[in-house]
Design a protein around this ligand. Structure first.
Ligand code: AMP
Ligand code: SF4
Length: 446
């Protein structure tokens, strides 16, 4: 079974016009998932769901939002994963069970999903999709506890791994973040009510104010005419995904208490101090590395230039299953400004190297455009291990840093020099207090 909840976005709104606000939040978090989008709302009597493949604006319009009535709504953007495009894998997942109706959204990846599913199937459960999230539905439906809160708590005691869950019943909204807090989840105030979302950039567009993060191991329960109830269901051992700061989150979000933009700039500054190089200009690989490159430029006093232009109408190259298509897509997506870089010594800043496809292609594009020297500086350590906590990384043997050291990679991509940020520097830049996951860099899984 594949895990299908990678790097998604979730939102829950407990206020007037809930679906409209959930839609705005999903729109702001489009970068976290482009394959499918969905919203479930509750009007107190029924749960209504609309979900489909495509971008938020392909799936929703005013007419559809108007059908999603009620003062509670949950929403989800699904990240594209190669090969699977089933609508059954879009969220929210809706179900009827003995206590009524429920809908669930999930960001993360359950590490014991296969064991739990096997056990459930042995006991008669029938599954419709390959999503981990369906496990939760079955665990809740089979429980003998008398109310949904206790059923959810029972289910959370069984599942392991990374999850930011939001559950909707006809009258309540439940939010839970796993004890390690791998994936981000923040709480905000909106109108007379509340909102929870994967990233705070969603609050800005939906008109909400950040209150605090949902704590690792915390469940929040929202109910009409009551203050939100907080339940600690497990001892928190924070291991928050440091890659959110490097690449996944939007720079205008505050993730795990730190501004993503500030962290990225700081990583760039540290990179300039740790890995200096003489050059004419600092050029980011757009868009994800712009903040890191600004930091590198400020610290090194080497001018910043947008030497590579990105075509925004091409989908992500990372997820193409075939290498030839990935190669062409990089070229379709990134294009160097020849007149600017001809005869120049360049420091190219990228946030990460995963397979090495992007870097190799960029170096070749820049050589063709007449660059004199190309020095790659990567604002994260070498990615050597796959992620089991909800991020769509390739198999171990596809990770170039798993097979090659920095010098071998330099030769492979054809750069004049190549350096990665050290793990210590990354921790310093992200203000780590031993509360981040670094597993894809150091192989320490939890
Ligand atoms: P690659 O060509 O495989 O080396 O991909 C590296 C590029 O993909 C980096 O420049 C990142 O901006 C981006 N990236 C890193 N991790 C991921 C991920 N898990 N999903 C999508 N893109 C990623
Ligand atoms: Fe994030 Fe890497 Fe940990 Fe996955 S392994 S949660 S990508 S830091």
């Amino acid at each position: 079974m594949r895990s299908l909840n990678e790097k998604c976005a979730v939102v829950g709104v407990f206020d007037e016009n809930a679906a409209k606000k959930a839609y705005l939040a999903l729109f702001a978090m489009q970068h976290r998932g482009q394959e499918a989008s969905g919203i479930s709302s509750s009007d107190g009597k029924n749960i209504h769901t609309i979900k489909d493949r495509g971008l938020v604006n392909d799936v929703f319009n005013d007419e559809k939002i108007a059908k999603l009535t009620g003062k509670m709504a949950i929403g989800h953007n699904r990240y594209s994963t190669a090969g699977d495009d089933s609508i059954l894998d879009a969220q929210p997942v809706f179900a009827r069970y003995d206590l009524g109706e429920m809908a669930i959204v999930h960001n993360g990846n359950l590490t014991n999903a296969q064991e739990v599913r096997k056990e459930l199937i042995k006991n008669g459960s029938i599954f419709q999709s390959s999503m981990d999230t369906e496990n939760l539905i079955h665990l809740i439906a089979k429980s003998n506890a008398g109310n949904l809160k206790d059923r959810i708590l029972e289910a959370l005691a069984i599942v392991k791994g990374a999850y930011s869950f939001i559950f909707l019943s006809r009258t309540k909204m439940f939010v839970a973040r796993d004890p390690h807090g791998f994936r981000p989840l923040s709480l905000g105030k909106i109108g007379d009510g509340y909102i929870v979302a994967s990233e705070t950039c969603a609050f800005d567009l939906a008109g909400a104010k950040f209150i605090r993060d949902v704590e690792p191991g915390e469940m929040l329960i929202f109910e009409k005419n009551k203050e939100p109830e907080s339940v600690r269901f497990a001892e928190p051992i924070p291991k928050q995904c440091i890659f959110e700061h490097i690449y996944f989150a939007r720079p205008d979000s505050v993730v795990f208490g730190e501004s993503v933009y500030n962290v990225r700039k700081e990583l760039g500054r540290i990179l300039a101090r740790e890995m200096p190089v003489e050059a004419d200009m600092v050029v980011p690989v757009p868009d994800s590395s712009v903040s890191h490159a600004l930091g590198y430029s400020e610290e090194s006093k080497i001018p910043f230039e947008f030497g590579i232009i990105r075509n925004h109408y091409v989908g992500r190259t990372f997820i193409e299953p075939m290498q030839e298509i990935r190669d062409l897509k990089v070229k379709m997506k990134l294009s160097p400004i020849k007149s600017l870089i001809q005869g120049k010594k360049l420091v190219i800043i990228d946030d990460s190297i995963v397979r090495g496809t992007t870097s190799k292609k960029i170096v070749s594009l820049l050589r063709d455009a007449g660059a004199k020297e190309i020095h790659m500086r990567i604002a994260s350590p070498a990615v050597k291990y796959p992620c089991f906590y909800g991020i769509d990384t390739p198999e171990k043997n596809e990770l170039i840093s798993n097979r090659m050291d920095a010098e071998e990679i330099r030769k492979y991509i054809g750069a004049d020099s190549l350096s990665f940020l050290s793990v210590d520097a990354l921790c310093k830049g992200a203000k780590d207090k031993n509360n981040h996951c670094l597993a894809c860099f150091n192989g320490s899984y939890f």
